[in-house]
Design a protein around this ligand. Structure first.
Ligand SMILES: [Zn+2]
Length: 92
């Protein structure tokens, strides 16, 4: 009986860890989704034609393939994040 309880405890702890990791992951990807659309996830500033509130900068722009770091910076609230981006060709 004790063994079964232990297994149940382990399973519920693992499920909890999974849920937390999932929430962190989806929250993070939502932020990136916003940044890619030109919206700051922190203060809600939006890029306009007149002003680029959120600037993007490729940190390692060597070559056209592989993973590169893109730095997003919001001028409104000074929010800054660096994201890994797998490039499809020489787009960015
Ligand atoms: Zn901002």
């Amino acid at each position: 009986m004790e063994v079964i309880i232990n297994i149940l405890t382990i399973i519920s702890i693992m499920a909890l860890i999974f849920v937390v990791a999932y929430l962190i992951y989806t929250g993070h990807s939502k932020k990136i989704e916003k940044l890619k659309r030109g919206i700051c996830p922190e203060c809600g500033a939006i890029n306009t034609e007149a002003e680029q509130i959120i600037s993007t900068k490729a940190l390692n722009s060597a070559g056209c393939s592989g993973v590169r770091d893109i730095e997003y910076h919001c001028k409104g609230c000074d929010y800054k994040t660096i994201e890994k981006s797998t490039s499809r060709g020489c787009g960015i």
